[in-house]
Write a protein that binds this ligand. Structure first.
Ligand code: PRP
Length: 179
């Protein structure tokens, strides 16, 4: 797998340090609020697992799945909730956890949908942000790293379902995806 990587952007150690920082900030901001932390599958599962263990206040977790990209590399712009969460979000302090914010279409749709469900508060925590690709504005409350407009994989992010298990974040060699 590593031979398909052009450049490592963030090492395991750098990621661990950043996740610890975000966890500490969330713990401070949500003390006594028992936040409901919602992971948007599938990409965010690695970040989610590390993040909740860096949060030191009581919290609950849930998962939902949306479809946007299919197996291609360009967003279709269509967003659909494929698996909804198990618990009601009414009156809850909700934190949405994502692996990457790209065009903003998915998160814009999702945050707007959640706002209609009577949450007590809503914030967004994204591990990566690719601001050059933004089409729809999205407000971010917690962000790990900004990344360039390259094909990024690892730490949950895939190319055609592969590379999610890389423990670091890297740029995929263009020949892998025919770029
Ligand atoms: C990624 C990411 C976001 C979305 C962001 O998911 O997890 O959900 O794309 O892109 P946008 O800002 O352009 O909407 P993807 O569809 O690749 O699915 P995955 O999480 O299962 O890999």
């Amino acid at each position: 797998m590593t031979q398909c990587i052009e450049k490592v952007l963030f090492s395991e150690e750098e990621i661990a340090e950043k996740v610890k920082e975000i966890g500490a900030q969330i713990s401070k901001d949500y003390a006594g609020k028992n936040p409901l932390i919602i992971s948007v599958l599938r990409g965010s599962f690695v970040f989610m697992a590390d993040l909740v263990r860096a949060i030191t206040v009581p919290c609950e977790v849930d998962f939902l799945s949306v479809s946007s990209y299919g197996s291609g590399t360009v967003s279709s712009g269509e967003v659909k909730i494929v698996k909804d969460f198990e618990n009601s979000v009414a009156d809850r302090h909700v934190i949405v956890v994502e692996d990457i914010l790209d065009s903003g279409r998915t998160l814009s749709y999702l945050m707007n949908t959640l706002r209609t469900r009577g949450v007590a508060s809503l914030s967004l925590c994204t591990f990566l942000d690719k601001p050059d690709r933004r089409v729809v504005p999205v407000e971010v409350d917690y962000c790990g790293f900004q990344v360039p407009d390259e094909f990024i994989v690892g730490y949950g992010l895939d190319y055609d379902q592969r590379f999610r298990n890389l423990p670091f974040v890297g740029i995929l060699k263009p020949e892998v995806y025919g770029g």
